[in-house]
Design a protein around this ligand. Structure first.
Ligand code: GSH
Length: 248
């Protein structure tokens, strides 16, 4: 056995290390709506520090120049990550892009394996391009339109029904949309919850079980609660801001 002299054992005193500055939190610009929930749920699932900046879309805060700089589409959600790629700040708008960004950054809920990734992306884009817009229109004509318009009300309610049926079939053979719980489930959950207010989910048992399974997650409950207390019923003044928007 090699001998170790007392001298070699004497270690130099390590210089006092500077305390590491805590990472600056991600700023989440959001409002308590299904598109906003997707990101607060993901941040809660990740357990990373973030701070909420409420953007009251009923009052027109989505048109504030500072918000438009990071979200040129005047829609929530958006994030500003002070510690983006290369250690520099980055802003991201569009909920699907934000979920992908966070999934890549933290290596969670968005698999790296090419086949598994394709499945997550299929269902993520299905939500962003289908379920979200159709359910959004259904909500609009059912709850917000100034006049009762049976044709668009039925058209979007039917389309949501069709989409929920697609999801139900998918979930008949797996617990989550892409196999393992992922950003695709986070994207869909709040929209399904909203659609369940006018669609009886008893006809979609696999979907109903998924909705409860996802909804039982503590992080999902915390994400859904973000800024919830700020949301108030919309007034006529709010309607003028929200509806009938044209290019500015
Ligand atoms: N495609 C966008 C849609 C975002 C969206 O529609 N956000 C709504 C709230 S759910 C909004 O900000 N509305 C403001 C407005 O209509 O002026 C995304 O997925 O991020």
């Amino acid at each position: 056995m090699a001998r170790t002299s007392a001298k070699t054992l004497q270690r130099k005193k390590a210089p006092a290390r500077k305390a590491k500055k805590p990472a600056k939190p991600i700023a989440l610009y959001t409002w308590a709506t299904p598109n906003g929930h997707k990101i607060s749920i993901m941040l809660e699932e990740l357990g990373v520090p973030y701070e909420v900046h409420a953007v009251d879309i009923n009052k027109g805060e989505q048109f504030a120049p500072a918000f438009l700089k990071i979200a040129p589409n005047n829609r929530i959600p958006a994030i500003m990550d002070p510690n983006g790629p290369g250690g520099r700040p980055i802003s991201v708008f569009e909920s699907g892009a934000i979920l992908q960004y966070l999934g890549r950054k933290y290596g969670r809920f968005y698999p790296k394996d090419a086949r598994a990734q394709v499945q997550v992306e299929e269902w993520l884009f299905w939500q962003v391009g289908g379920l979200g817009p159709m359910a959004g229109q259904a909500n609009h004509f059912r709850n917000y339109a100034a006049e009762d318009m049976p044709y668009p009300k039925k058209r979007y309610t039917d389309e949501v029904h069709r989409l929920l049926g697609v999801m139900n079939k998918r979930l008949a053979t797996r617990k989550y949309l892409a196999g393992a719980y992922s950003i695709a489930d986070m994207a869909c959950w709040s929209w399904v919850l909203s659609a369940s207010k006018y669609t009886d989910l008893a006809q979609f048992p696999h979907l109903a079980a998924w909705k409860d399974r996802v909804g039982a997650r503590k992080a999902v409950q915390r994400g859904k609660a973000v800024a919830a207390d700020l949301r108030k019923p919309i007034t006529d003044a709010d309607r003028k801001i929200l509806f009938g928007q044209r290019a500015r």
